[in-house]
Design a protein around this ligand. Structure first.
Ligand code: SF4
Length: 373
C-alpha cells in the first residue's frame, strides 16, 4: 500500500503576530466547531471507496492548540476513521504557548498524536513582545516541560533568528536554553519581513534597524556548530534533530513525494499536479472551494522542484531516484550546472548523491536556483 502524508490546516490564532502573513485568523472562535465539521466532511471524502493510507500526519496552522479538547478529539477521530494509518505513523501537532491545557494534552495523546511542535521563537520577553507573540519566555519554557511531563517524548521547538531587538548574545542565550530542554528537534528560521505586516511598517518607519545579513550568516554558522555539540545534527537548511528524530512529514515535502492537504488554504500534491483549497473560511465551511486551484506540473517543473527542494537537505538528492522518477540521468540534464558549480566547492557528489557542502549551505538559495529549468 502506498502511504501518503496528510496535512490538516487549522487557520485560527488568538492574535496575529506582527510578522505573520500565513492564512490564520484571530477572533473567529464561533467558527471553530463548524470548521471542524467541514474538515470531517473533507476527510470523509478520502475515506470513501478504497480509502487512503497515511504514514505521517501533521496538524498545523495557525494555532491548532486554540481548539478545545473536544474538537481536538473529534479531529483525531476523523483522521483515524478515514485514513488507514501505518503502524509507526508520525503524527504531529503544532501548539503555541499560552493555549495549552492538561485536558487538551490528554485529548492529543488519546487521539494518537505522538509529536508536538512548539512555537517558541525566542526565550527573551522583549523580543517576544516586539514580535507580537501572546506568551512570555517562561510560559514557553513551561509548555515544553508540561508536554514532556504529560508523556510526549518527541518534542520539537521553533526558534527565530533576526527578530527585532535580538542581539547575537540574546540569540545564543535562546539557543542555549532550547538545547537544555527535553526536545529532540529544533527548527531555526530567519525572520522574513513580509509586505503588509505590522512589522514591515515598523522597519519601513525606521523604528527597527534592518537585520544585518552578515551577522545572520554568522549566527547561522554558530547555530550549526553549537547544536551539533549538543547532539542535534542539521539535516535541512533550517532543521536540526537528534538521530532518528528528523521530521518524516517535512522530508516528504523536500523529497517531493505526494501529500494530501485538508482545510482552508491547504495544498495537495499528487506527484504531477498541485491543487489547493480556498483560503476563505466561510466558503470552506459551506462546503465549497475544495480543490479549486489546479496546477499541472511539466516535467521540467518537476525536475526543478526535485532539485531545489532536495538540495535543502544535507543528504542532498539521489542520482538513482532522479533516474527512477524521470527516466533521465541527472548528470546529463544538469551537465552545465554541475560543471560550473562542483569545482567551486559549493556542491559535491558523494555516494551516488549530489549535495550542498557546508559552504554551499551558507549560500543555498542562489545555488539551488541554478537548478531551475
Ligand atoms: S501563531 Fe503562527 S500562524 Fe498564528 S499569527 Fe502567530 S505566526 Fe501567524
Amino acid at each position: 500500500m502506498g502511504y501518503t502524508g496528510l496535512y490538516i490546516h487549522i487557520p485560527f490564532c488568538v492574535r496575529k503576530c506582527a510578522y505573520c502573513d500565513f492564512t490564520s485568523y484571530a477572533g473567529r472562535e464561533s467558527m471553530f466547531e463548524p470548521y471542524i465539521g467541514a474538515l470531517e466532511r473533507e476527510l470523509g471524502s478520502y475515506g470513501a471507496g478504497d480509502g487512503a493510507a497515511a504514514d505521517t500526519v501533521f496538524i498545523g496552522g495557525g494555532t491548532p492548540s486554540v481548539l478545545s479538547a473536544e474538537l481536538i478529539s473529534r479531529l483525531c477521530k476523523s483522521v483515524r476513521t478515514n485514513f488507514e494509518l501505518a503502524e509507526r505513523t508520525e503524527w504531529s501537532m503544532e501548539v503555541n504557548p499560552g493555549t495549552v491545557t492538561e485536558e487538551k494534552l490528554n485529548a492529543m495523546l488519546e487521539g494518537g498524536i505522538n509529536r508536538v511542535s512548539v512555537g517558541v521563537q525566542s526565550f527573551c520577553d522583549a523580543e517576544l513582545r516586539a514580535a507580537g507573540r501572546i506568551h512570555s519566555a517562561q510560559e514557553a519554557y513551561n509548555t515544553v516541560l508540561g508536554l514532556r511531563a504529560a508523556g510526549f517524548e518527541n518534542i520539537s521547538i521553533d526558534l527565530m533568528a533576526s527578530l527585532p531587538l535580538q542581539t547575537a548574545e540574546s540569540f545564543k542565550k535562546t539557543l542555549g536554553t532550547a538545547a537544555e530542554l527535553p526536545v529532540r528537534h529544533i527548527s531555526v528560521y530567519s525572520l522574513i519581513i513580509e509586505d503588509g505586516t505590522p512589522l514591515k511598517e515598523k522597519y519601513d518607519s525606521g523604528e527597527y534597524p534592518e537585520p544585518d545579513e552578515d551577522e545572520d550568516r554568522e549566527l547561522y554558522r554558530y547555530t550549526g556548530e553549537f547544536l551539533a555539540g549538543r547532539g542535534f545534527e542539521r539535516y535541512e537548511i533550517s532543521n536540526y534533530a537528534a538521530p532518528g528524530y528528523e521530521s518524516r512529514h517535512n522530508i516528504k515535502y523536500w523529497e517531493c513525494t505526494p501529500y494530501i492537504g485538508a482545510g482552508a488554504a491547504a495544498h495537495s500534491y499528487t506527484g504531477s499536479e498541485r491543487y489547493f483549497n480556498t483560503p476563505s473560511l466561510e466558503e470552506y465551511i459551506s462546503g465549497g472551494g475544495r480543490r479549486m486551484g489546479l496546477e499541472r506540473l511539466s516535467e521540467n517543473d518537476r525536475m526543478s522542484e526535485f532539485m531545489m527542494m532536495g538540495l535543502r537537505m544535507t543528504a542532498g538528492v539521489s542520482y538513482a531516484e532522479f533516474m527512477r522518477r524521470f527516466g533521465r540521468d541527472l548528470r546529463s540534464v544538469y551537465a552545465r550546472e554541475l560543471e560550473r558549480l562542483v569545482p567551486t566547492g559549493l556542491l559535491e557528489e558523494r555516494g551516488g548523491r549530489l549535495r550542498l557542502t557546508p559552504r554551499g549551505l551558507d549560500v543555498a538559495n542562489p545555488v539551488m536556483c541554478e537548478f531551475m529549468l
